[in-house]
Design a protein around this ligand. Structure first.
Ligand code: LCS
Length: 405
């Protein structure tokens, strides 16, 4: 058969076909799970050449595996980067980027609101290795420009942020950086393609917790990093995947490849339902505020319109009014969450099932109270990951839960 040219193909065509050739052994269409730790060489010479890289091939699954490679090639095509490395978790991706690209004496600017464990790795662990870290509201481009120092080597942020949903203008940050040797790294977990393409906006590296929308079925923990071939090679070889061992398993890669083929359909549904849920919550008299980039009332809505392709993520956070039925915001939130019948009380997001959680005590429990307050995470904030159930059923469940107040 003729080779398929995907250079002008649409999103889902790429998501289905990129990285996936019929398997050379038997023509299997679904990428086989190469569940092997090692690969046999034809001879000593063959092994030496594969270790040297003078002939292509696999040697040991910690350093590379055909099933995992199919996933990496598919993700590079989906995010529009030269190459990709898959990791054993989203945190493996965060750690790999840091260890792969930074060294003692470097300075990192980090968004002032990030996922709890990312906050710990960047703000608490990196300084132990002589790396300076400055938390900045990266939504404020003047603040980003003011924080840049001669030794700044990386600007790292989430957009939208977990769980406050604040946005950063990715192209704006890239413009502030200009010609300087500073890597712009975006954690795109909350706005996967086709919602947002950080590399096309000027970022150098995009990473994901694949655990969430990319796999999309709530049965895998994994991560990916996409960027230039040089950056990915450095991250893979010096970061925690190959040498420190945080690699993605072939079985998980197989499941993720399967999930990626329906990414557009799932993400579109998550986003459309989330907008409907956000509008419903905003109209409820019990709600103080809804944090969702697709709402016109959201402070960063203009950035959302600029870089989020008309889809605004499947996650939202909200806060109830104080004093409802004599309850504090926290008590009212607890009441509503416990009264939900359809949404499960669980962390994670981007699953088929709707999930609701309390960031202050769950996803961000390992962040100090002082930093939590600076992120704006109060006791009253509830985060809701809108699932793939029928939108009317999700809204009906929220309605009955709010009616118990
Ligand atoms: N980046 C973001 C934005 C995340 O939300 C998470 C996990 C990670 C990285 C780490 O990914 P993991 O190692 O879990 O694959 N966020 C979670 C959350 O909000 N609830 O449970 C995990």
């Amino acid at each position: 058969m003729e080779e398929l040219d995907l250079s002008n193909a649409g999103f889902t065509t790429r998501a289905i076909h990129a990285g996936q050739e019929p398997d050379p052994a038997y023509g299997a269409l679904a990428t086989p799970i190469y569940q092997t730790s090692t690969f046999c060489f034809d001879s000593m010479e063959d092994g030496i050449a594969k270790f040297e890289g003078t002939i292509p091939g696999y040697v040991y699954s910690r350093g590379g595996n055909p099933t995992v490679r199919a996933l990496e090639l598919k993700m590079a095509a989906i995010e529009g980067g030269e190459d990709c490395v898959a990791t054993g978790s989203g945190m493996g991706a965060v750690g790999s980027v840091m260890i792969g690209l930074l060294q003692a004496g470097d300075h990192v600017i980090v968004g002032d609101c990030v996922y709890g464990c990312s906050n710990v790795v960047i703000r608490d662990v990196l300084p132990k290795f002589g790396i300076e870290v400055t938390p900045v509201n990266t939504g404020d481009l003047d603040a980003v420009a003011a924080a840049i120092k001669p030794n700044t080597k990386m600007i790292y942020f989430e957009t939208p942020t977990n769980p406050m949903m604040r946005l950063t203008d990715i192209a704006g940050v890239a413009q502030v950086v200009g010609e300087r040797d500073i890597k712009v790294v975006v954690d795109n977990t909350f706005a996967p393609p086709p919602v947002q393409y950080p590399l096309a906006c000027g970022a150098d590296i995009v990473l994901h917790s694949v655990t969430k929308y990319l796999n999309g079925h709530g049965d895998v923990i994994a991560g990916v990093i996409v960027g230039s071939a040089d950056d990915i090679a450095q991250i893979k070889n010096i970061g925690v995947t190959k040498t420190c061992g945080c690699f993605c398993s072939p079985f998980d890669a197989f499941l993720i490849i399967r999930g990626l083929q329906t990414l557009e359909l799932r993400v579109r549904r998550h986003c459309e339902s989330a907008l409907a849920v956000a509008r419903f919550l905003e109209s409820s008299p019990a709600i103080e505020r809804v944090l969702y980039p697709g709402l016109e009332s959201f402070p960063d809505h203009a950035i959302a319109k600029k870089q989020m392709n008309g889809l605004y993520t499947g996650i939202l956070s909200f806060e109830l009014k104080d004093g409802l039925g004599g309850r504090s915001r926290f008590e009212a939130g607890k009441q509503v969450v416990n009264a939900m019948k359809l949404a499960h009380v669980a962390v994670s997001l981007g699953d088929p099932a709707s999930l609701v959680q309390h960031p202050a005590s769950m996803t961000h429990h390992n962040v100090s109270n002082e930093v939590k307050a600076s992120m704006g995470i109060t006791d009253g904030i509830i985060r809701y990951s809108v699932g793939l159930e029928d939108t009317d059923d999700i809204i009906a469940d929220l309605k009955q839960a709010l009616a118990t107040l």
